[in-house]
Structures are given as C-alpha cells and as structure tokens.
Design a protein around this ligand. Structure first.
Ligand SMILES: C[S@@+](CC[C@H](N)C(=O)[O-])C[C@H]1O[C@@H](n2cnc3c(N)ncnc32)[C@H](O)[C@@H]1O
Length: 272
C-alpha cells in the first residue's frame, strides 16, 4: 500500500495522527513522509501503522503512542505514568523565568514534577538548583530520564514524597512551583476519554472543587519559602483563581494572576 493511500483511507483520525503513525512505524521524518507519498509500505510496517492507528482510535493519546511530547521547544519522553505536559503550563514556566531573571544560585522546588517538564526547563534556562518532587516513583523515573537527556541532571535532585513532607523544617526554597492535580471531582466524567482513560488519575484528580492539593500545599509553603520568595501555582479556572488566590492571601502572600494564550486564568503568583 502507498503512504498516500494510508493517509486518505483513514477515517476518524486527523492527518497529524496518521502521518505521525507512519513516521514512527517507518522511522521517517514528516518531511520524508511528504516527499515519499507514492512509496509502497511493506506488509510488516503496514501492520505496525495499523496497530498505532487502532490504539489512537481507541482514544490513546498520540504522545503515549510516540513516547514523546514537545514542551518549551524541548523533547520530553512520556509514558502512562506521567501527565502529558500541556502547552498552557509553559505560561507558568515563563513567569518563573521572568522572576528568576539572571539571578544566580537560587533554589527552586517543582512539586508534582510528573515528566519533569517545569523544573527541567527552569534548570536549563537559569543558574538555579532545582529540586523536583513527586509522590509517584514511576513519574520520577521518567523525570530523571528527561533531565539526563536534556543535560541538566547535575543541577537537579529528584525526591519521592507527599508534597513538601520530605523536606525538614529548616529547608527553604527561593521559589516553589506546582502544577498540581486540579480536576474537580464532579467534572471527572466530563473529561475527554483520552485524558480520563489514559492519563494517571493521581495526576489529575483534585478532589472537591479540585482544591484538595492546593489546600495542603498552601498550608505547607510558608514554612519552606525564604522571605521575599515566590510561589507559582497553575490553576484550571476562574473559580480556582479566586479560591486558591484567597488561600494564598490568607497565608500572607501578595497575589497576581497570569492568563494563558486562550485568555483563561492560568497561573497564580504569590509573593512573600
Ligand atoms: C498535573 S500533574 C503535573 C505534572 C507536571 N508538573 C506537568 O506540569 O506536566 C500533577 C503531578 O503531581 C503528582 N502528585 C499528586 N499528588 C501528589 C502529592 N501528594 N505529592 C507529590 N506529588 C503529587 C502526580 O503524581 C503528578 O505527577
């Protein structure tokens, strides 16, 4: 079968999905696929392409099929132990990088690091030392692999723990960042199948109102932040911006909000 026929005959999937499956099965770049539209694919490779397409049709996210996702122009390995990094999380990274600027030797803590995306980009673009914590050992293994492949593992420490529980009373950071699980319990059934069935529930489910982790985290942050430090939290809605903003203010922070590129409240910045 020719590549062109595979692409045009596939119903129910986007061109991106099909082209990516062909790239992966045939070890070709997108450009090579476009140049070889009339090349024949042998039976064995066709079977592999069809396997990928069947997985995609069942709802498996493309990133879990390819095993990679781009974030902040870098390639991150992902598997089903980690949330697929989202483009809107880049806004949190931008705020962090702006606040750090060219200051040297700061310590930054990424709570709930998943694939490591946030902390790794901060480590790559600043002189900071980054601590990344997650409750999932499997997620930490992915984050560590990414740190090695992006050449920043020597500036990072990976810690398994429940929020800030692994850090002693005297441990303080210049900045604490987190994209915690924030899907509200009553919105769980409305999630797309790709997300609900494939991404780890522990990375998404934020309990009642999506606020369970924020409540605990905001309670712990003041004891682990230097005076004048910053806490940056991704949030998922205007409602959460109000609720979590109020928690931060009650904990003594001055709070600012940053919207994402679709105009939704996305990052709360608490300044101590
Ligand atoms: C929404 S994901 C964010 C992953 C990554 N930071 C990103 O932005 O792509 C939340 C992460 O928090 C972790 N997590 C959930 N509960 C936690 C807890 N109590 N302590 C530490 N990490 C937790 C999950 O395992 C998951 O990796």
């Amino acid at each position: 079968m020719r590549i062109r026929q595979i692409i045009t005959s596939q119903k129910g999937l986007s061109g991106t999905d099909v082209i990516t499956a062909v790239c992966l099965a045939c070890n070709l770049t997108r450009e090579q696929v476009f140049c070889r539209m009339d090349s024949e694919i042998d039976e064995e490779r066709l079977r592999v392409v069809r396997g990928y397409l069947d997985e995609r049709l069942a709802g498996k996210p493309l990133a879990y099929i390819t095993g990679v996702r781009e974030f902040f122009s870098e390639s991150f390995s992902v598997n089903e132990a980690v949330l697929i990094p989202r483009p809107e999380t880049e806004v949190l990274v931008e705020v962090a990088l702006d606040l750090i600027g060219d200051r040297k030797g700061l310590t930054v803590l990424d709570v709930g690091c998943g694939s490591g995306a946030i902390g790794i980009i901060v480590a790559k673009h600043t002189d900071s030392r980054v601590f990344s914590v997650d409750i999932s050992e499997a997620a930490l293994a992915v984050a560590h692999t990414n740190a090695v492949s992006l050449g920043v593992h020597e500036k990072m420490r990976f810690v398994c723990g429940d929020l800030l529980g692994a850090f002693g009373d005297g441990t303080r950071f210049d900045m604490i960042v987190a994209n915690p699980p924030y899907v509200a319990a009553d919105e769980w059934d409305d999630l797309m199948v790709d997300v609900r069935e494939y991404e780890p529930r522990g990375a998404l489910d934020g309990g009642e109102g999506g606020l369970d982790i924020y409540r605990r985290l905001v309670g712990q942050v003041p004891g682990h932040l230097v005076r004048g430090g910053h806490v940056l939290l991704e949030i998922g809605s205007f409602r959460q911006a109000c609720d979590v903003g109020a928690m931060l203010e009650a904990a003594g922070f001055r709070v600012g909000v940053r919207k994402d590129y679709s105009g939704r409240e996305r990052v709360l910045a608490g300044h101590g």
